[in-house]
Design a protein around this ligand. Structure first.
Ligand code: HEM
Length: 496
C-alpha cells in the first residue's frame, strides 16, 4: 500500500469517527428511548399500519385504551409517542409551563404553515402569541358578530332550496360559510365563497389534510426522503400552490386597502406600538400589517405563515364543530326543541349567554373534538404520574379518549348536553379539553364559540334538522376531525 492510499484511508477513518461522535449523543438517546419504550405497553408498528389502512384510527385508539389503560405508547417511524388520556395526567401536562415545544409530527405541516403560531416553539412563539392575543379580544369580537350574521343569512338562503325533504350532505355548505366568516372578520376581506358552488381553497385544505394524515401513519411515506417526488408528494405540492396563492392574494388585497385608507398614518398618530391592547385594537391581519409598517421585526413570509395558520385553523375546526352539532341535533329531536326554544327567546344574545346552546356545543366537541389529539416534544426527562418520560420522546393528549372517560362522563357515547349544566356535580377541570388549556391553548376559542352560537342559533330559528335513517358519520382524525361520509341530514323550513 502506498503512502497516498494510507493517507486517504486514514482521512476516511477520521471522517467516519467524526460523524459517529457527532451523532453519538443522538444514537445513545435513541437506544435509551427503545429500552424505555419496552417498559410501557403499546401496539406494534405492524398493527398501527394495518389499522391506519382501514381508516378506523379513532375506534382503534378506543380499543387500545381498553387493552392497555389510559397511557400507552406508539412508535411512529423513529418518533416515540406516549399517549395520555387520564384527566389527572392531562392536567399535569397542560399546566406545565416548560412543556411548550410541539412534537416533530407538526413538522409535516411546515411546508404549508411554516413557523406560524400553531407550529412554532420557544421565543419566536412567545413573541408572536403576545402580539396576536389582542386581535381576538372581547371588544374586537363584538365587531365580528354582524359579518357573521350576514353570512348566516346567505347560508340560510342557500339551504332553502334543500327544504324538499330529500337527504343531502350539509358539510360543503358549512365549509364555504366558515371560510367567508374567517376572511371577512380576521382578514378584513370579502371572499364571497358562498356565492360559488365550491372553493378551490377549501378543496385543497381537505386534500392536504388527507395527504398529511396518511403520511403520518404510513411508515414508508413518513421516512421517505424523496416523498416530494412521489404521487402524494406531488399532489401535496399542487395543494400548497393553491393555498399559498390564496393567502398571498388576501394579504395583498388587505395591504392595498390599508394603504388606500391611509391607515398607516392613523396608526402613527395613535402610536400603536406603545399601546397595543390599550388605545386601539385591530383585527388579526391589520394587526400584523400595521405592526410591520411600524417597524416590528416581521417579514412578508412570516405574515403569510400566520395567515395560512389562521385561515386553516379558523375555518376547518369550526366547520367540523358546526357539522357534527347539526348531525347530533338532527338525531335528538328533544334536544333540538330545547335549543330552538332558547334561541327564539335569547335571539341576539349570542355574544353573551345562551346556556343550553353552549352546552350543546360543548357536548358536540366532547364527542367529536375538532382537534382530536395534540402533542409535545420532551426536551428534558419528565415525570408524569408514575412514569419518567425520557428526553427525546413525545407526549400526545388524546382529547377523543379523555372526553370519553366513564368516571366523568357516564354512558360516554350518549349525546347529553345536560352534563354541562349540572351545577351540583363538579366536573374534573381537565376532563373536557377540546380547546386545550394552559399557555398553548386555542387562541381562537372565543371567536369559535361566537361563530358556533351565531350560526347554530340562526339555523335553528329557520330550519328543523331531520335525521337520515341509518346514517352515522365516520369520524376521521385528519388533523381536524372530519366525517368521511359527510354530514347527511334532511331539513324543513320553520316557515318564518
Ligand atoms: C371549534 C373550534 C376550535 C377548536 C375545537 C380548537 C381547538 C384547538 C386546540 C385543541 C388547540 C391546541 C393545538 C395544539 O396544541 O397543537 C388549538 C390551537 C390553536 N387554535 Fe384553535 N380551535 C378552534 C377554533 C379556532 C379558531 C376559530 C382559530 C382562529 C381564528 C383557532 C386558532 C388556533 C391557533 C392559532 C392555535 C395555536 C395556538 C398556539 O399554539 O399558541 N382555533 N385550537
Amino acid at each position: 500500500m502506498d503512502l497516498l492510499t494510507i493517507n486517504s484511508l486514514s482521512l476516511m477513518g477520521l471522517a467516519v469517527l467524526a460523524l459517529f461522535l457527532r451523532y453519538l449523543t443522538t444514537i445513545l438517546e435513541f437506544i435509551r428511548l427503545i429500552k424505555w419504550s419496552s417498559t410501557v405497553p403499546g401496539p406494534s408498528i405492524g398493527e398501527l399500519m394495518e389499522n391506519a389502512k382501514k381508516g378506523q384510527i379513532l375506534n382503534w385508539f378506543t380499543e387500545l385504551r381498553e387493552k392497555y389503560g389510559p397511557t400507552f405508547r406508539i412508535w411512529m417511524g423513529r418518533d416515540l409517542l406516549v399517549f395520555f388520556s387520564d384527566p389527572e395526567d392531562v392536567k399535569q401536562l397542560l399546566s406545565n409551563n416548560s412543556l411548550l415545544h410541539k412534537s416533530r409530527n407538526y413538522s409535516s405541516l411546515e411546508p404549508w404553515l411554516g413557523k406560524g403560531l400553531l407550529t412554532s416553539s420557544g421565543e419566536a412563539w412567545h413573541r408572536r402569541r403576545k402580539l396576536l392575543t389582542p386581535a381576538f379580544h372581547f371588544r374586537i369580537l363584538s365587531e365580528f358578530k354582524e359579518p357573521m350574521e350576514e353570512n348566516c343569512k346567505i347560508l340560510a338562503s342557500r339551504l332553502r332550496e334543500k327544504c324538499n325533504g330529500e337527504e343531502f350532505d350539509i358539510y360543503p355548505y358549512i365549509t364555504l360559510f366558515a371560510l367567508d366568516v374567517i376572511c371577512e372578520t380576521a382578514m378584513g376581506i370579502k371572499k364571497n365563497a358562498q356565492m360559488q358552488s365550491q372553493s378551490e381553497y377549501v378543496r385543497a385544505v381537505q386534500r392536504i389534510c388527507h395527504i398529511l394524515h396518511t403520511k403520518a401513519f404510513s411508515f414508508w411515506q413518513r421516512t421517505n426522503p424523496f416523498f416530494k417526488y412521489t404521487e402524494p408528494g406531488r399532489e401535496r405540492d399542487a395543494c400548497l400552490r393553491i393555498l399559498h396563492d390564496e393567502t398571498n392574494r388576501v394579504i395583498k388585497l388587505r395591504r392595498k386597502m390599508l394603504e388606500d385608507a391611509k391607515i398607516q398614518k392613523m396608526a402613527d398618530t395613535e402610536n400603536l406600538l406603545d399601546n397595543i391592547g390599550k388605545k386601539k385594537r385591530f383585527a388579526f391581519l391589520d394587526m400584523l400589517l400595521i405592526s410591520q409598517m411600524e417597524g416590528v421585526d416581521l417579514t412578508d413570509r412570516e405574515i403569510r405563515e400566520e395567515v395560512d395558520t389562521f385561515m386553516f385553523e379558523g375555518h376547518d375546526t369550526t366547520s367540523s364543530a358546526i357539522g357534527f352539532a347539526i348531525y347530533l341535533l338532527s338525531q335528538h329531536s328533544e334536544v333540538q326543541q330545547e335549543a330552538f326554544e332558547e334561541c327564539m327567546i335569547l335571539e341576539g344574545n349570542e355574544k353573551e349567554n345562551m346556556p343550553y346552546l353552549e352546552a350543546v356545543i360543548k357536548e358536540t366537541l366532547r364527542l367529536y373534538p375538532s382537534v382530536p389529539t395534540y402533542a409535545r416534544y420532551i426536551t428534558e426527562d419528565l415525570q408524569v404520574g408514575k412514569l419518567t418520560l425520557p428526553k427525546g420522546s413525545n407526549i400526545s393528549i388524546m382529547t377523543y379518549l379523555t372526553q370519553r372517560d366513564e368516571r366523568y362522563f357516564p354512558e360516554p357515547e350518549k349525546f347529553d348536553p345536560q352534563r354541562f349544566l349540572q351545577k351540583d356535580k363538579e366536573q374534573h377541570p381537565f376532563s373536557f379539553v377540546a380547546f386545550s388549556a394552559g399557555p398553548r391553548n386555542c387562541i381562537g376559542q372565543k371567536f369559535a364559540m361566537l361563530e358556533l352560537k351565531c350560526s347554530l342559533s340562526y339555523l335553528l330559528r329557520n330550519f328543523e334538522f331531520l335525521p337520515v335513517k341509518d346514517f352515522k358519520p365516520n369520524a376521521l382524525p385528519e388533523l381536524v376531525t372530519k366525517s368521511g361520509n359527510g354530514i347527511k341530514i334532511r331539513i324543513k323550513s320553520r316557515g318564518n
